[in-house]
Design a protein around this ligand. Structure first.
Ligand code: NAP
Length: 272
């Protein structure tokens, strides 16, 4: 599906690198079809060593000139500078794929001008280990073919859902930012184990595997998490005692409020 494409990865940091690695490892794309940029020449040398055959440059304009897909993986704060730099040099039919948190397709279309096809994507960092959760939404000038192409690209690094663009800020608050909340949970579980006398290594390993295993059970059985939780809670047992404590401390409301706050922040980023 990507065999005729040339992909310019603009800002090949964490997410850009994950995408390059995923697409090459899954043989969706040959290294020769990738050109990656960032400002640090040393970091680009490392990237070429990690993925022999890709081209790299510190010159964004050179990278986009012959690209059929422009993957924007810079930080939202660098958007104006980078888009201003490249917009005159992007082919009008090139597909712009943006992972910029909070930045709408409309805003990018206005920046690129004319009828540039833009797909907005919200991945997350587990994409680095091919376990990403990604949502994609098309803009005004994209068709099903564009969406299929982007789905295919991001399936190289995990699961992909297609959604309405109006829900992308919610996705950002949930799965885009979600790993941060899960890391805090793992850290807290680990500290609890240490407090109860486990070594930190053992506690950290048990905590991370518990989160991984529980998530896998949800995904593989398709059971509602509440049913799986009921299956763990023996009458008068340990788990129900802890569940009661978590409920009394408002765990659920705290998480809902955290996701709401991150969603609002994502909306605000579009205005900055
Ligand atoms: N991390 C996440 O959890 C996550 C989740 C979902 C979406 N996102 C989105 O993904 C994007 C990238 O996030 P990230 O975590 O991958 O950030 P990152 O690791 O900082 O990557 C951004 C890269 O852009 C490069 N860069 C900065 N200015 C540039 C310029 N003018 N021209 C070319 N390259 C430039 C930087 O490298 P140099 O300093 O060498 O230039 C850096 O490596 C963000 O827009 C974020 O909203 C991130």
């Amino acid at each position: 599906m990507l065999s005729d494409e040339t992909v310019a990865v603009i800002g090949a940091g964490n997410i850009g690198r994950a995408m390059i690695g995923g697409m090459i490892r899954s043989e969706r794309i040959a290294p020769e079809q990738v050109v990656a940029t960032r400002r640090s020449a040393g970091a680009l040398d490392e990237l070429r060593e990690a993925f022999p055959g890709i081209r790299t440059t510190t010159d964004n304009v050179e990278a986009v000139r012959n690209a059929s897909i422009i993957l924007l993986t810079i930080k939202p704060q660098s958007r104006s500078e980078v888009v201003t730099e490249i917009r005159e040099h992007v082919t009008r039919t090139a597909l712009v794929v943006s992972v910029l948190a909070g930045v709408t397709t409309e805003r990018l279309q206005m920046a690129f001008g004319s009828e540039q096809p833009v797909v907005r994507v919200m991945p997350n960092t587990p994409a680095l280990v091919d376990e990403g959760a990604t949502a994609i939404a098309g803009g005004a000038f994209t068709d099903d073919g564009h969406l299929m192409t982007v789905k295919h690209m991001f399936e190289a690094v995990g699961q992909v859902v297609t959604t309405r663009e109006s829900l992308m800020d919610a996705v950002t608050g949930l799965s885009g930012s979600g790993p941060a909340y899960v890391y805090m949970f793992i850290e807290a579980l680990t500290d609890a184990g240490v407090q109860q006398g486990l070594s930190r290594d053992v506690a950290a390993s048990l905590a991370a595997q518990t989160v991984h295993g529980a998530a896998k059970l949800v995904l593989e059985t398709g059971k509602h998490p509440a049913i799986l939780r009921d299956e763990v809670t023996t009458p008068g047992g340990t788990a129900i005692a802890a569940v009661s404590e978590l409920e009394s401390r408002g765990l659920r409301t705290t998480i809902i409020n955290a996701v709401n706050t991150a969603t609002e922040r994502s909306r605000a980023l579009n205005e900055e």
